[in-house]
Design a protein around this ligand. Structure first.
Ligand SMILES: Cc1ncc(COP(=O)(O)O)c(C=O)c1O
Length: 456
């Protein structure tokens, strides 16, 4: 039963389109937010409402919405070839050039690139590569994977097990055994009273080591981490965290997989979140801003010692038996290649570095707001956390529906944000200007003021 009048596309959607991460019954009744056009950092809905897309869609539309230059590239490749695969040694110039360009911007020593179509596929592929590696090394008992509470690495069957959020497992009979979850680096809520960021990081590293020793280091294959936890709440790591955790991982000979699906391509102020936090990963998973989200494409970037093990396996079994029909798709590859050229032309990293202080100051200014307990970020990603009491950090009574009120208020004010529990994250398109950042925070502040007034 529809609860509002829908135009034809929305009515079709409500009747036939099943939506991920959506209350299915509510969708049947309310229909979609139907976005019909993009313009820079803005999207426009079917009723002509214009929003600043403060979340860049799903942390991904780095160049904003709509892009004629990328449209021309896609059109040319689609007209000229449209499709070819990368199985059995086949390739296309676009896939080859993209791989080379990605290797050129990857951290030193990471020169091998395996293309697929989504962040989930990249993480799933990396998981198989980790097991392939340890089998090649004669250590098949290294099977267990350590991820972190609150982590998000996709929603495939195995990647849902890497994802360490209870609501992603409920109803699916997941996770499988062999996936372990260590502490979330969420200082605001998880630190003990008076515990500094450094002390908290030390404790998390000690807890990780205790887990490894209890399980047996010889059974642990890899440690999996997003540099900044996106869907966990835009959680930036506490001081010293990656240095300490990485030392433990290395000490026990465990592979480090950096999930850079959100953090890659300037989100944290460097090309890779790994560079921002001094991580030296064995495998990087990237997607999203790789193509400015204009085409579905992802990559696993592979450190040489892992690739050498893959060579050994390929020798042993005759081929590297893995791949997807659309891996290295020429249209997606050509668009991603052009996106990387655009990043170079616009000096993406320089641009993010120059506007990030204004973005972070926006969060800082919200710290004193009566609804806000925590506010922090890095580069062009950050979040505020809503509390009922700043001292005790108590959350609001769920019956007050504070986050739903904030969502409604921001939408009325022409701003789309990302809500995660009682946190509100912003990760705008990287093309955003300082003036647009000010406008985005002005709309957010006005929305919070409205909700604070409603609650009073
Ligand atoms: C860190 C991280 N890894 C993996 C994924 C999964 O990517 P996809 O939705 O393209 O499968 C996401 C998606 O948001 C993500 O944020």
């Amino acid at each position: 039963m529809l609860t509002r009048e829908l135009n034809s596309a929305s009515a079709l959607d409500a009747a036939h389109s099943v939506h991920p991460h959506t209350n299915l019954r509510a969708h049947l009744e309310q229909g979609p937010l139907m976005i019909v056009k993009g313009d820079g950092i803005h999207v426009i809905d079917e009723d002509g409402n214009r929003y600043i897309e403060g979340a860049a869609g799903l942390w991904c539309a780095s160049l904003g919405f709509g892009n004629a230059r990328l449209g021309e590239v896609a059109k040319t490749v689609m007209t000229d070839i449209g499709y070819y695969h990368n199985f059995r040694g086949a390739s296309t110039p676009a896939a080859a050039e993209l791989s080379a360009r990605l290797a050129a911007v990857a951290p030193d020593g990471m020169d091998r690139v395996l293309l697929q179509s989504s962040g989930t596929e990249a993480n799933d592929t990396a998981l198989k590569l980790v097991w392939y590696y340890w089998n090649a090394k004669g250590a098949p008992e290294r099977r267990k994977i350590i991820s972190r509470s609150g982590a998000y690495h996709g929603t495939g069957t195995l990647t849902s097990c890497l994802t360490a959020k209870a609501n992603f497992h409920a109803g699916f009979g997941l996770p499988f055994s062999g996936f372990l979850y260590t502490g979330m680096p969420y200082h605001y809520r998880m630190a003990r009273p008076g515990e500094s960021e450094q002390e908290f990081s030390t404790r998390l590293a000690e807890e990780l080591e205790a887990m490894i020793l209890a399980e047996g280091p010889e059974t642990i294959a890899a440690f999996w981490a997003e540099p900044v936890m996106g869907s966990g709440g835009a959680i930036t790591p506490p001081e010293g965290y990656f240095e300490k955790v990485q030392a433990v991982v290395r000490k026990h000979g465990i592979l480090f997989v950096a999930d850079e699906v959100i953090c890659g391509f300037g989100r944290t102020g460097e090309m890779w979140g790994s560079q921002t936090y001094g991580i030296e990963p064995d495998l990087i998973c990237c997607a999203k801003a790789l193509s400015a989200a204009m085409q579905p494409i992802s990559a696993v970037i592979i450190r040489e010692h892992v690739f050498q093990a893959m060579l050994e396996q390929s020798d042993r079994y005759g081929t590297f038996v893995h791949g997807y029909t659309y891996g290295g798709h020429p249209v997606a590859s050509a668009v991603a290649l052009e996106v990387l050229k655009i990043y170079e032309e616009m000096d993406l990293i320089g641009h993010v570095k120059s506007i990030a202080p204004g973005f972070l100051a926006g969060f800082e200014a919200l710290r004193d707001h009566p609804l806000v307990g925590d506010a922090r970020g890095v580069g062009l990603i950050g979040a505020i956390e809503m509390v009922a009491d700043k001292t005790t950090k108590a959350m609001h009574d769920p019956s007050l529906k504070v986050m739903a009120r904030i969502d409604a208020a921001t939408r009325r004010n022409g701003l789309i944000t990302r809500l995660i529990g009682n946190r509100l994250a912003l990760s705008p398109p990287q093309i955003i200007t300082s003036g647009e950042i000010e406008e985005m925070f002005a709309r957010l502040k006005a929305s919070l003021d409205t909700v604070a007034a409603e609650l009073n």
